[in-house]
Design a protein around this ligand. Structure first.
Ligand code: ATP
Length: 372
């Protein structure tokens, strides 16, 4: 840990990593704002851990620079950077109790009286009553919190978390997501969190960078990525997209498309690339944005909504909602999630239905990019 505090944003300026002829991370420019909770999200092998390790100094970039505030730290070894990492494996010392595990970094730096700082950290992670326990006497979630306290006691400017919840069962994972979010808000330092779990990234982070094959495909607040994905990868990685192939009939502030035999519209700024008349466009909408109306009541669907017709193939009741699979136009299996407020008993397999939604919830993706 450096003695010179360096605040400010984390900036990656053209960093890349190649192993022989394989490019794990293509030249990447991104800024992690100071004090934010930032998630690198992607499937296994997409380069997120390599990116994190380059920030930590555990991996040397092939090109580019890592900056913390105005300071270029690219050539600094890990322990000289104001950065700490929490790994999935926790890496706690089994022979030391919780207090001594947390005190470790301070003792190594020759700090004599550590008790007050350790107690503060244990309170922060709500383990004040476990100070004299050994790691094997703790649950997985508690061990993870010790690892976080141990990393935070050094007052890093940036905390890097590499799949820190990967070893926990689902329920504990959900609890720890909220817990880590609380801790981050309380200490106010920058967290960069690596995960392959889109729900986790969306729950915790202010900003999510979705990575695919060594590149960031899209970056933004979780709701913006979910509501307005710009690539088919992002659309499908974050949820169900209901993509239907269409052709643009007119392009202005509002784009008109023929898709699945229907005339649909969407705002131009919800198209990933500028739409042009005659061009192909993949049109998508999230399942919970769609309403289902039995075909007999089609006349009750308000004007101005986008609509497609189909036949219910399957339904599954899951308490808060019912999920419908609808055989839509051109063989599409469209997914619709309806909250069980007033369920129409006629919406059963075989029923003819109208699917309709607000055009503003439609997104348009580049059909050519999908074919690459
Ligand atoms: P995971 O979630 O599985 O950890 P990841 O997205 O974090 O995946 P990375 O660990 O960053 O992926 O790896 C990106 C790619 O680089 C992978 O294809 C991996 O096999 C490759 N890679 C990583 N380290 C090395 C290395 N030392 N030598 C060669 N290839 C490597």
């Amino acid at each position: 840990m450096t003695d010179t505090p360096t605040g400010g944003d984390v900036r990656l300026a053209g960093i890349s990593k190649t192993y022989g002829s394989f490019t794990a991370v293509h030249p990447l420019d991104l800024t992690v704002p100071e004090g934010s909770f930032f998630a690198l999200l992607g499937a296994s092998g997409c380069g997120k851990t390599t990116t994190l390790r380059m920030i930590a100094g555990l991996e040397e970039p092939t090109t580019g620079a890592v900056l913390l505030g105005d300071r270029d730290v690219t050539d600094l070894p890990p322990h000289k950077r104001p950065v700490n990492t929490v790994f999935q494996s926790y890496a706690l010392f089994p022979h030391l109790d919780v207090h001594e595990n947390v005190a470790f970094g301070l003792r190594r730096r020759g700090v004599k009286s550590v008790k007050r700082q350790v107690d503060e950290m244990l309170d922060l992670v709500q383990l004040g009553d476990k100070a004299r326990h050994r790691p094997h006497q703790l649950s997985g979630g508690q061990q993870q919190r010790v690892a976080v306290a141990r990393a935070l006691i050094n007052h890093p400017r940036v905390l890097l978390l590499d799949e820190p919840l990967g070893a926990l069962d689902l329920k504990l994972r959900r609890q720890m997501q909220l817990e880590l979010k609380r801790i981050q808000t309380e200490v106010g330092i920058t967290f960069v969190h690596v995960t392959h779990d889109q729900e986790e990234a969306m729950t915790m982070a202010d900003t999510v960078a979705v990575m695919n094959a060594g590149r960031v495909e899209q970056l933004g607040p979780p709701a913006a990525l979910y509501d307005n994905p710009r690539t088919t990868f992002v659309a499908n990685f974050l949820g169900t997209s209901n993509l239907v192939e269409g052709r643009v009939t007119s392009a202005g502030a509002e784009v008109a498309v023929t898709a699945g035999g229907a005339a649909l519209t969407l705002p131009a700024d919800r198209c990933a690339a500028p739409a042009r008349a005659g061009g192909a466009l993949l049109v998508g909408v999230r399942p919970e944005k769609i309403a289902l109306t039995h075909a007999d009541d089609a006349a009750t669907v308000p004007a101005g909504r986008n609509r497609l017709t189909g036949r219910i193939a399957d339904t599954s009741f899951i308490g808060v909602s019912t999920q419908y699979t609808v055989d839509g136009p051109a063989g599409t299996g469209l997914q619709v999630y309806e909250q069980n407020i007033e369920r129409d008993p006629r919406l059963v397999p075989g029923a003819e239905v109208v699917l309709h939604w607000n055009p503003a919830h439609t997104f348009g993706l580049d059909a050519a990019q999908d074919a690459e």
